[in-house]
Each structure stands twice: as C-alpha cells, then as structure tokens.
Design a protein. Structure first.
Length: 339
C-alpha cells in the first residue's frame, strides 16, 4: 500500500568517491569526505564542500575520510556521511517513515566485521532493506558482462584504496585477490617524488591533480600530455617555487606501485582454474576504477601479461552502474546480492 514511499538506492561507497543512484539516476557523485565540528560532533560539510576544506580547517573542525583501503575506518563519520547524502536526495514524509531499499557494494576482500560496519551504517541511515554486492561483480555487471554465464571473466578494479582482482563465473567469484595498493598510493608516491626530486612540499589534492593531468603507467606514451606546473614551498627555504612536471616523472614515481599491481594480477591468474584461464585469454581482462584512467596502463599490462586489456567505458562509474543494475533487476541478480 505504501510502496510509493519506497525508494531504491544503489551506493558505491568508495574510499575516494561515493556515488549514489536513486531510482536509476546518478544523484550524488562526490568525494567520500566529511567535515565535523570537534566539540559538538555535528556535521559541518559533506563531499565536495568538505574536500575544499581539506588541509584548510581551523582547530575546531576536522576533515575526515571515513573509508580507508576500501573499508570503513571511522564508523561514526561513515554513518554521518551516508545519512547526510541520503537526506539530501530522498523524499520526506512527515506522516509515514520512508522506506529505502538499498544495495551497497563492498570489497571482495573485506572481513565479516568490515561488512557488518557497512550494513549497520546503511541500516542506521534509514535503509530498511539492505543488500550488498561485491565490487568486482558490480563492476562486471556495469561493464555489460554476463556474470552468470558458464565462462570466466577477470575484472581488475583499481580504486582509491584497493585494487580488487577477481575471476567471475556462474554468478560467483572463483578467484579473488585484493591488495591495498591503488590510486591513493599513487598519489602518495607522487608527493614523495616531488619532495625528493624537486624539494617541493605539495598537499594531497595537488599530487592528485598531477596524477590526473600527467599521470602515466609508462614512460613511452604514443599521445603524451603536455607538462603540468605546480607551485608550493621549497622544503628547505620555504620560498615559493614553481615546478613543471612531465608524464615520464609520474611513470617513474609510481613504478613500484604499478609493479605490485602487475604481480597481483599474475598471482590471481596463477590461481585460476585452467578452463577459466582459457576463457580469460580469449575474452581479455577488464579494467575498472579510477586507476584504469592512468595513461598507458592497458598497453603496459598487455605487454607484460600477454592478454588483451579492455578499459570500461566510464571506469569511475562502472561499479556504481553495476550496483544500480543489480538493484533494479534484483530478482535476476539475486545470486550475487546478499545481506
Ligand atoms: N584521470 C585519472 N587518472 C588517474 N587516476 C585517477 C583519475 N581520475 C581519478 N583517479 C583516481 O581514481 C581513484 C578513485 O577511483 P574510484 O572512484 O574507482 O575509487 P573508490 O571506489 O572510491 O575506491 P575503492 O574502490 O578503493 O573503495 C582516486 O585515487 C583518484 O585519484
């Protein structure tokens, strides 16, 4: 009778970004950040607004990233963030409590405790009917892969906190590898490199901008980006300096982290049963997550591993789209949804 009060919400609760789909449309796509008042514990800003405050707050305010390495690190902040965003987007009724049917994605390498934290915070944020889906499965659905087919498909999802590598067949994850090396680690590598090589101190946002503007996984790009200039204080003199950065430097800075991802993919392939391995060689490997946008990454991996790599159409949204599709067709996808 009150089904008009039920709203369907799909959530990609990522370390770097949160994407919320309401009734089929992306309504929130913002950084997973909150600013909280230290003394009253009240929420001051959310998402993009909170990101603007990162590194700029005074003592009374604290800017928090509630997720680290793909999982909830600060439970209270995560709940505040979810509740805050859901308040922004859902209908309110003063007479009847609203009812949210939710699907939230979780990393495939998460522990039971970590998953419970997601479930509880979603329920406390008014989710009456909460389901979960593993991120690589959601990414595969988002890329249009038939996850229930009797065929193996490998997904490599390079997010902010984790790189998830999974082989999916018959609606389940057959091989799974999750490493805590992804976009945030690349950003940190760049900060370190700039400090060592150029004696310049830069913040997280600037390092991320370098990665986005001139980020590359190889120093031999066919279509290289122009240099990107950053300014900041010299480490020793504190005087302002301006440094132009070229893509080869970023490739050098993140080399070790990319190597770790290569090894993890090789390791996952080694653990894959032979029939599924043959499918993967035939179908290629699918890349999703923001890290898939690093220039030359697909070509580099292809060369190293000898299997073609396909990048998702919109890598940053593949997981969210898949979560939304699984929610919309929850009967069809009941095998991949769990509570
Ligand atoms: N053009 C780009 N080139 C390289 N990296 C990028 C680009 N755009 C975004 N990123 C990086 O992608 C990461 C975010 O990706 P994504 O939104 O897939 O992760 P997430 O879902 O929030 O994280 P996780 O899956 O670990 O919880 C960030 O580290 C961001 O800096």
């Amino acid at each position: 009778m009150f089904s008009f009060l039920t709203e369907e919400v799909a959530i990609d609760l990522g370390t770097a970004n949160i994407i919320i789909i309401l009734n089929d449309k992306i309504v929130i796509n913002e950084p997973s950040i909150v600013t909280v008042d230290r003394s009253t514990k009240k929420l001051v800003a959310l998402g993009t607004e909170a990101q603007m405050m990162l590194g700029r707050t005074h003592d009374d305010l604290v800017t928090i990233r509630p997720l680290r390495d793909g999982v909830i690190a600060d439970y209270n902040a995560a709940e505040k963030m979810l509740t805050g965003f859901l308040k922004k987007i859902t209908k309110r009724s003063s007479i009847f409590p609203r009812s949210l049917k939710m699907v939230v994605c979780v990393p495939s390498g998460g522990t039971e405790v970590e998953m419970r934290a997601v479930r509880d915070s979603a329920q406390n944020a008014q989710g009456r009917d909460v389901y979960m889906i593993y991120e690589p499965v959601a990414a595969a659905i988002g890329m249009g892969i038939d996850v229930s087919a009797p065929e193996g498909n490998m997904i490599v999802d390079i997010g902010g906190g984790t790189t998830e590598i999974a082989v999916i067949a018959l609606g389940g994850i057959v091989t799974n590898k999750s490493i805590r090396v992804a976009g945030d680690e690349f950003t940190q590598d760049i900060t370190e490199y700039m400090r060592h090589q150029h004696n310049i101190k830069i913040g997280e946002r600037t390092a991320e901008q370098i990665k986005i503007h001139v980020g590359a996984a190889t120093s031999e790009l066919e279509d290289p980006p122009g240099e990107y200039s950053v300014s900041g204080p010299n480490q020793i003199t504190s005087l302002p300096v301006n440094v132009p950065v070229v893509y080869q430097e970023v490739a050098h800075a993140i080399e070790k982290s990319i190597n770790k991802i290569e090894f993890a993919i090789l390791d996952a392939l080694e653990q894959t049963p032979p029939e599924l391995y043959a499918d993967i060689v035939r179908n290629g490997i699918y890349l999703a997550g923001g890290g898939a946008l690093l220039r030359g990454l697909d070509k580099r991996l292809e060369k190293k591993i000898g299997i073609p790599f396909h990048i998702a159409e919109d890598p940053l949204k593949a997981v969210a789209r898949g979560t939304g599709i699984a929610l919309k067709h929850s009967k069809k996808y009941q095998a991949v949804l769990f509570r």
